[in-house]
Structure formats: structure tokens, C-alpha cells
Design a protein around this ligand. Structure first.
Ligand SMILES: [Zn+2]
Length: 217
């Protein structure tokens, strides 16, 4: 099963991705993670990517293309894969189509996570992070035992500078501008499944499982 997951910041895309790869034993393909590991490994691709990032530029599509071709050539995708954070633009979506055609593969479903803006706002502005161990808390959904203090290491929690309402609005606008064309591209192919992700994670995942079960009938 080959899936693509899309969702604005705060829609729980990371959590759903983790659950999906475990439940279906599929490979998690995140271009962000792949770029980071290529850079850490100082591979030829990684060094090239680092060069662009050092100049404050976006990593060009040709490089992302090479990264994806290499990744889809590995044999851990036999049971399928979950694409996360890619394709980001219409050009990348069209390119991916060509790559998959060449490998005799196709996308089975695009999972589009949707959360109401006020719910997103609550999720994002309530988030508190530990600077030392990286633990993440939430003032309502997952509060620490002592207010403002990390349960694991006792450090003082802080709010990330982009976990504010204003920053959320900017990020949402940017997200919709870039992702809409990608979603429309797959809608035309009849592959997009809108998922109401306002619920708690276990319920959202149950909805996804129901959709995938239907697909496999
Ligand atoms: Zn901590």
C-alpha cells in the first residue's frame, strides 16, 4: 500500500505517520528526514544539499528527485510506503508520477488531515517544550505534573517562538498556498480522502484504518 499524507502544522500528521508505518509495516519516506541524514552522513547528495541550505536557498527539485529515486529503489518498500512532506509542489507531484510510472508503482490514497482552525490554535498555543530532553507537553491535553516543569528531567519548559497564534496563521497560509495545487492534482485522480482530524489520535487513526480497509476490498 502506497500512501501520501498531508496536513497543516498541528493536524497530527507526525502521530498518524508513526501509527501507519507500524500498523502496515510500510516505509516512512520523509524528504526532510532524508535530507537531514544525507547531510549528517556527508554523502555527495548531502553535501550538495548543505551547500544550498548554507546559502539560505531551497533545495532544488532535481536534488529531491535524485533523493526519491534512490529511496524508492531500496527493497524495504515491498509492502509499500508512506510519503510525508513530499511532494510539496505541483511540479514535484508530476515528477513523482513519472518516477512511479517507471517503477510500475502508484499512489493508492492521499490522506488529507483536516482540523478546524480554532482547534489547531488550541493545540499549537498550548504546546510547551523541554529545552534539555526535548519532551513535549500541552497545558490542556498533556500537562506536566508541576506547571512549567519537565516531568522527565526537571528543566523549565518553554513555548517555541513559532507556536503562537500569529505564527500559526502565517504557517497555515503558506501551507495552503503550496499544498492546494498538490491536493487538487490528486483529487483529479480520485485519490484524496479528507479526514476529520479534530478528534483524539486513536479515533482519527480508526477513521484512516476504515478507509484503507475499504480500499483493499
Ligand atoms: Zn526534560
Amino acid at each position: 500500500m502506497n500512501l501520501l499524507i498531508v496536513g497543516a502544522p498541528g493536524t497530527g500528521k507526525g502521530t498518524m505517520s508513526e501509527l501507519l508505518i507500524k500498523a502496515y509495516d510500510i516505509a516512512h519516506i520523509s524528504t526532510g528526514d532524508m535530507l537531514r541524514s544525507a547531510i549528517n552522513a556527508k554523502s555527495a547528495l548531502g553535501l550538495k544539499a548543505q551547500g544550498y541550505m548554507d546559502e539560505g536557498k531551497l533545495v532544488p527539485d532535481e536534488l529531491i528527485h535524485d533523493l526519491i529515486v534512490e529511496r524508492l529503489g531500496r527493497d524495504d518498500i515491498q509492502k509499500g510506503f508512506l510519503l510525508d512532506g513530499y511532494p510539496r509542489t505541483l511540479a514535484q507531484a508530476e515528477d513523482l508520477d513519472h518516477i512511479l510510472d517507471g517503477l510500475d508503482l502508484k499512489i493508492d490514497a492521499v490522506l488529507d488531515l483536516n482540523v478546524d482552525e480554532e482547534v489547531l490554535a488550541k493545540r499549537i498555543t498550548g504546546r510547551r517544550v523541554c529545552p534539555d530532553c526535548g519532551s513535549i507537553f500541552h497545558i490542556h491535553n498533556h500537562p506536566p505534573k508541576v506547571e512549567g516543569v519537565c516531568d522527565n528531567c526537571g528543566a523549565k519548559l518553554y513555548q517555541r517562538h513559532d507556536d503562537t497564534l500569529e505564527s500559526l496563521k502565517t504557517r497555515l497560509t503558506a501551507y495552503h498556498q503550496s499544498t492546494q495545487a498538490v491536493v487538487d492534482f490528486y483529487k483529479e485522480k480520485g485519490l484524496v480522502y479528507m479526514i476529520d482530524a479534530n478528534d483524539e489520535p486513536s479515533r482519527v487513526f480508526a477513521k484512516i484504518e476504515a478507509i484503507l480497509k475499504e480500499l483493499h476490498k
